[in-house]
Design a protein around this ligand. Structure first.
Ligand SMILES: Cc1cc2nc3c(=O)[nH]c(=O)nc-3n(C[C@H](O)[C@H](O)[C@H](O)COP(=O)(O)OP(=O)(O)OC[C@H]3O[C@@H](n4cnc5c(N)ncnc54)[C@H](O)[C@@H]3O)c2cc1C
Length: 403
């Protein structure tokens, strides 16, 4: 069997490993647009801060893939697929036949256009190369402005403060992380981030960049301006859909897949940030990994009746900044419309929400990591919480073994 995988992020790498476990004889080829071996993308903020050198985020050396007879074509994109003849072509001219293809081609950072955005010093970080370039550029600079304050933006902001820069985040919304916080937890988070040297301008947007050669100034829509030599745009991602469009696959926000991770074209699968499945939160490492386990298994299994079904889990986001500990999972009911309990003090915040049937629907905590494992397990299991248990969750010393 010939298995072709496009993309060498977590989805591509995981699917290749899973397929090899099932089929020791298959030819497995990974086409990779990037030149680096598969690496841990969520650790890129540590590369930006200078805490990790690029080789430390690479998952396995080349020999690991050689031992498993997984052929990796670094720096060669999958350029063409001919489903009639079952042949693919790589961007460096290689051709090969296939029985099944996995599209694991991920997503790219959005770069909304701003006047002046061709100046040096303006970054959006998606790849290891981007992170390392930003580190080299920023390490002797003084001031950075972050356009957009999502989780990734905040992690990058903290990384830049570790490099010695002062950081201002411009956030269009009324509070930081509007999808992962309530008004109270956002305020606590703002204080904690401020203590680390990251300041916020809320309901504020950039209008243009100014400078001669390199960035010197970010002009705001409300008329003010901020001197800065570095700007980081963190404005979400867009799934890579080029190949899917050429192939005529069903596309909505991303490539539509069924519960087997198969696209609308038989034999062509998709997983990770480029795939769309009802109820699955996009843009998350664990989602990509679990989808790839399903896809890799289904591609390689010799028993079609035993194909695996992908079941999405409630989304869970963690702000990976030492000393902050923010987790938001499931529906955290940011606008306070559902039944739930909330407890806060100077340094911690906890909110737990249940649905109409009393089932745990979501939670968010700031400033503590105790209980996160148990809450996540209860959320995934869809546990019903008795009214007394829900009430007791406001106690700082709640025993999470009770969940
Ligand atoms: C800095 C950063 C921090 C993050 N932190 C977290 C976190 O803490 N927790 C979390 O859950 N998620 C996090 N994410 C998101 C997470 O990394 C992604 O959801 C995950 O990497 C998606 O994996 P993927 O394999 O689907 O796609 P990707 O990792 O995007 O990999 C796809 C690969 O395919 C390549 N490619 C594209 N087109 C082609 C082609 N035609 N042929 C060959 N190759 C191609 C791309 O260049 C890319 O290398 C973070 C993302 C970033 C950028």
């Amino acid at each position: 069997m010939n298995i072709v995988i496009a993309g060498f992020g977590v989805a591509g790498a995981t699917a290749a490993e899973e397929a090899r476990k099932l089929d020791s004889k298959a030819y497995i080829t990974i086409f990779s647009k990037e030149k680096d071996l598969f690496y841990y993308r969520p650790r890129l903020p540590e590369v930006v801060s200078g805490d990790l050198s690029p080789d430390k985020v690479i998952a396995h050396p080349k020999s690991w893939y050689d031992e498993r007879r997984i052929e990796v074509r670094l720096g060669e994109s999958l350029a063409e697929v001919n489903p009639a003849e079952k042949i693919v072509r790589g961007s460096m001219g290689s051709r090969q036949t296939y029985d099944a293809i996995l599209l694991a081609i991920g997503a790219e950072s959005n770069r909304p256009p701003f006047p002046g955005d061709k100046l040096g010093g303006i970054y959006a970080v998606r790849s290891l190369h981007d992170a390392w370039s930003l580190y080299f550029y920023a390490k002797d600079k003084k001031r950075a402005v972050l356009i957009g304050g999502g989780i990734l933006g905040l992690e990058m902001g903290c990384a830049l403060t570790k490099l010695g820069l002062s950081v201002v985040v411009l956030e269009r919304a009324k509070r930081i992380l509007p999808r992962q916080t309530t008004p109270a937890s956002a305020e606590l988070l703002r204080k904690k981030m401020s203590a680390l040297g990251v300041e916020f301008l809320l309901e504020t947007e950039a209008a243009r960049f100014e400078g001669s050669g390199g960035l010197e100034n970010v002009v705001l829509k409300n008329g003010g301006d901020l001197p800065a030599e570095a700007a980081l745009i963190s404005a979400g991602v867009t799934p890579n859909l080029g190949l899917a469009k050429v192939l005529g696959l069903k596309i909505d926000r991303a490539i539509v897949v069924d519960e087997y991770m198969e696209t609308s074209l038989p034999g062509v699968y998709a997983a990770g940030d480029c795939a769309q499945f009802p109820g699955a939160a996009g843009g998350l490492w664990t989602t990509s990994r679990e989808q790839a386990l399903t896809a890799g298994f289904n591609i390689a299994t010799k028993k079609p009746a035993e194909r695996k079904i992908y079941v999405p889990k409630p989304p869970s986001s963690t702000l990976k900044v030492a000393g902050i500990d923010l987790v938001a999972a499931g529906n955290i009911d940011p606008d306070g419309l559902m039944r739930g309990v909330e407890a806060a003090n100077e340094t911690t915040y906890r909110k737990v929400v249940v649905d109409a049937a009393g089932r745990l629907a979501g939670f968010t905590v700031v400033g503590e990591s105790r209980g996160v494992k148990e809450l996540n397990a209860a959320l995934t299991a869809g546990k019903i919480l008795a009214a007394q248990t829900l009430e007791a969750l406001t106690a700082p010393d709640f025993d999470f073994a009770r969940l």
